[in-house]
Design a protein around this ligand. Sequence first.
Ligand SMILES: Cc1ncc(COP(=O)(O)O)c(C=O)c1O
Length: 355
Amino acid sequence: MRRGVKHSVMPRRALAEGRDRPPMLENRGGKLRLDMNENLLGCSPKARTALRRLNAETLTMYPEKETAIARLAPWFGVRADEMLVVGGIDEGLRLIADAYIESGRSVVLVEPTFPMYRFHAEQRDAKIRTLRYDREMRFPLREVLRVLSTGPSVFFLANPNNPTGNLLDARTLGTILNAAARTLVVVDEAYFEFSGVTMLPQIRRRRNLAVTRTFSKATGLAGLRVGCIFAHRDVATILKRAQAPFPVGTAALVAAEAALKDRAFVRRAVQTIRQGRATLERGLSRLGVRVFPSAANFVLVDFGERGPAITDALERRGILVRDQGSSFERPGFVRITVGTAKQIRRFLAVLETIL
Ligand SMILES: Cc1ncc(COP(=O)(O)O)c(C=O)c1O
């Protein structure tokens, strides 16, 4: 939406000429939330216990992020100087954009992808080089390698990708990194736990790689806003220079640490979601709906022309899914988060009546 705004003091051009961001849907509590790729199994009880233990002193003190990093880093197999904590990947992306995107320099995106990459690139007045997944949701590797040879500043790549769900293997990512000598490749591993593919072990030998992770998805702490960036310590040093001193609250740090140690919870959640994804894919196919293969906790479907009507009908019955028509420039594409077996049964039953 572009709304007239009067200025007494001129803001940056990207903002003055920009659009308002449509607000995210709210009042979602109590509905079947298949729209935001949250963990529909909940979160680790150990994280909730850690939150209950917060006392007046811990709440009155500013958060101590270096201490938190020192404790978290070994769980990821990295050193403290290779890791940042951020207020969710969303804020991590802002930090990366602040540190690495100079106005007028190029940023590469393969769309449809997570929209915040474009958002941050536009905020920095970057020149955006957009490539696209094809109709079969295949990744345009050859074009990507060609664009990287021109030396753009940043390439944002979600792996697995949202909303297509597809996954590049470590070897392909290696080829991309080898071709990106002058580009920071941000491999966004928000859904890593579901795919098992990671570039994290490579940060120490590549100064053109940043890996992002979040506690919002498999770990189920989206409400706390906490994530991490991992990079070679020279890259991490630059990012730390650009970061405010208290980017993540104490409650988020404490819960993240407790959740990270509760490996059993995440393992169980991932297993449930993987099984659920297969059930959901089968159920959708049985109803004649095209489903794209996914390595994450959601699937992308193509409902065709009836997509928007189906999404509305689901919403009227208390089931939220995410319309992706605008990302694909054609109505019909919808992203559906995988929930528990019971939630999937309810969704498929309601969908069947609508279809
Ligand atoms: C690919 C990708 N990256 C990042 C995020 C946001 O993560 P966070 O909650 O840590 O900001 C999402 C959320 O949907 C996502 O799909």
